[in-house]
Design a protein around this ligand. Structure first.
Ligand SMILES: [Zn+2]
Length: 79
């Protein structure tokens, strides 16, 4: 099972379809079980879509990423 950080590191390749089948499956399984990552994925998708339209480039939105890591950390602390 992969952790949230690995998930985020692989997200770009995941969305680009660059990962091998096994890794993609691991991410799929992680997303099924991790609401913060799902919401990040959705935000990321819309952000990158927006980037493509306006700037024709894709960058990991650092602010969103930092924010997600904070949410994950808080969740773990609450559990
Ligand atoms: Zn996660």
């Amino acid at each position: 099972m992969i952790c949230c950080k690995e998930c985020l590191d692989l997200l770009y390749d995941y969305l680009e379809g660059e990962l091998d089948q096994e890794t993609t499956k691991s991410l799929d399984e992680h997303f099924e079980d991790c609401p913060p990552c799902i919401s990040f994925l959705n935000t990321y998708k819309s952000t990158t879509a927006l980037c493509r339209e306006t700037l024709n480039q894709v960058e990991i939105p650092e602010a969103i990423r930092d924010n997600l890591l904070k949410v994950i950390k808080e969740q773990k602390e609450n559990n």
